[in-house]
Design a protein. Structure first.
Length: 338
């Protein structure tokens, strides 16, 4: 179907599904024309529990226009579309839920810039998700729905999406942990390379993920204290449980940040030790060359009265004096080093 193409159909619809537990086919894929007919005419399926999920590509010029024409969403949803990249939150707007979820790109390469926003509007009969770039969590949900996963309600669909995002975060934490383990092994083996820069990138990634993906507790608390009338109590409990999974992942991210900080301090200490060793060698060379430089300067002034100028063994006497002072300077320097 055209609706399942990468960039979406003529309305920017990437995928659309009609869920109806009472129908012979609980999940049915639809295109933008069928969705518009369902929304405009109010064509009721065989069950009041039926609802629609539409996933849009905001990079398509017609996507927002189609939503304005057919979806009748809250103004808060359209305001959230133009806010930029705020933190993750779920809040109530009139009789619907507006969620802003920051997710990682489908082609995630462990860079802090590989994060974009997914906007969600949840009502009793309609769920709209919209994104500008391919994201992993919503794609995982779409794959699960195509495989036969049929949520019973719009709230359960939102809860499945949040759990999919938590699973994506767990995989990211595992990937970061694996990279940190390799860097730590290289550090213990004495191969410094550029691990400090790589650790800095991973730490910035974790900080950005923690700042953007952590749900706002106040907004979620207000929602769960006063949910919409159409939200059943079991669905509210499931939503609360899905958001609690984020706290576990965020604690793991905090532990990884502390581990990266300790590794960076260890690398910095090794670098300082190497610098001190190089500075000591340079100092010793300078000290050892000081006696011969002083004597060479004195004997090279070409003035009368230079001692040992006519002596038979004058050169060797001067060499002995230089060697003696150099030996004393070397003994002093290495004695302090030890």
């Amino acid at each position: 179907m055209a609706a399942n193409s990468y960039g979406g159909d003529e309305a920017g619809l990437i995928c659309g599904y009609l869920f109806d537990a009472a129908a012979p086919e609980p999940v049915r894929a639809i295109d933008s024309a069928q969705a518009a007919a369902w929304l405009d005419t109010g064509a009721s399926p065989s069950s009041d529990s039926a609802f629609l999920w539409l996933h849009f590509n905001l990079s398509h010029a017609q996507a927002e226009r189609w939503l304005l024409r057919h979806a009748q969403l809250s103004d808060t949803f359209y305001e959230a579309l133009h806010e930029g990249l705020p933190s993750t939150r779920i809040e109530r707007a009139d009789d619907s839920l507006i969620a802003v979820i920051n997710d990682v790109h489908f082609e995630f390469s462990f860079e802090p810039s590989d994060i974009s926003t997914l906007w969600i509007s949840v009502g009793p009969r309609l769920v709209v998700t919209a994104r500008a770039k391919p994201l992993r969590s919503v794609d995982a949900l779409r794959t699960a729905v195509k495989a036969g996963d049929a949520p019973r309600s719009t709230t359960e669909l939102l809860e499945h999406l949040l759990r999919a995002q938590a699973d994506v975060l767990v995989k990211i934490v595992r990937g970061v942990t694996s990279r940190i383990d390799r860097i730590e092994d290289e550090l213990l083996a004495g191969r410094l390379d550029h691990k400090r820069a790589r650790l800095g990138v991973l730490r910035r990634l974790l900080v950005r993920l923690q700042r953007l993906l952590a749900p706002e507790p106040a907004a979620l608390f207000r929602l769960l204290q006063g949910p919409p009338a159409w939200m059943a109590e079991p669905d509210a409990q499931e939503l609360r449980g899905s958001t609690e999974e984020f706290s576990v992942v965020l604690r793991d991210m905090q532990a990884l940040q502390e581990r990266i900080k300790l590794l960076q301090e260890e690398i910095a200490a090794n670098v300082n030790e190497d610098n001190n060793r190089s500075l000591f060698v340079l100092t010793v060379v300078t000290v050892l060359a000081l006696p011969i430089n002083i004597l060479a300067g004195l004997f090279g002034m070409n003035v009368g009265g230079i001692p040992l100028a006519e002596h038979k063994y004058g050169f060797w006497i001067v060499v002995a004096i230089v060697a003696s002072f150099t030996a004393v300077a070397a003994w002093t320097a290495f004695r302090k080093k030890r």
